[in-house]
Design a protein around this ligand. Structure first.
Ligand SMILES: [Zn+2]
Length: 156
């Protein structure tokens, strides 16, 4: 294992710690909105479930930032049943803001190039014969400069 791998591992650990903070932040802002009219033990269970869903969403986002479409909506769909109708709009908004902050953070990390460990790369080879280092378009195998390769592959 080279020094570069160690660096990537450290960044991954840091990223996970940051993601954990984002999920805690979302949880903290919505936990008091959880349905107050359920039995106390059920209420506790609801809280645990909401926290778990927040954490799972952030974990998935950290692992697969380019291929996780609409993470805020996915999270809201998973947790909305724990909230009364009157709180749904606020929960949806809080989730959207919280997830957007996490996504912005991850994108920053990707752009600064520290995340190439688990992050997808364009599949093209440059004219010099080296693998292209750019980030593919969402849900594609190629970056914007090489996207024509994808089309020709589909046509073939
Ligand atoms: Zn490329």
């Amino acid at each position: 294992m080279g020094a570069r791998d160690t660096v990537i591992e450290e960044y991954t650990a840091q990223l996970q710690a940051c993601m954990y903070q984002y999920s805690r932040a979302i949880y903290r802002s919505i936990k008091d909105l959880i349905d107050p009219y359920v039995a106390p033990e059920l209420h506790l269970e609801y809280r645990r479930a909401v926290l778990e869903e927040c954490e799972q969403t952030m974990e998935r986002l950290a692992k697969d930032p380019l291929y996780f479409a609409k993470p805020d909506r996915a999270l809201f769909q998973d947790i909305r049943r724990y909230f009364p109708i009157t709180a749904q709009a606020e929960v949806a908004w809080t989730v959207k803001e919280g997830v957007a902050a996490a996504v912005a953070f991850i994108e920053e990390q990707i752009e600064s190039g520290v995340l190439d460990g688990g992050v997808a790369r364009c599949r093209a080879t440059t004219r010099k014969g080296k693998p292209c280092q750019r980030t593919p378009l969402p849900e594609r195998d190629y970056c914007p400069s090489h996207q024509h390769l994808e089309r020709s592959k589909v046509a073939a």
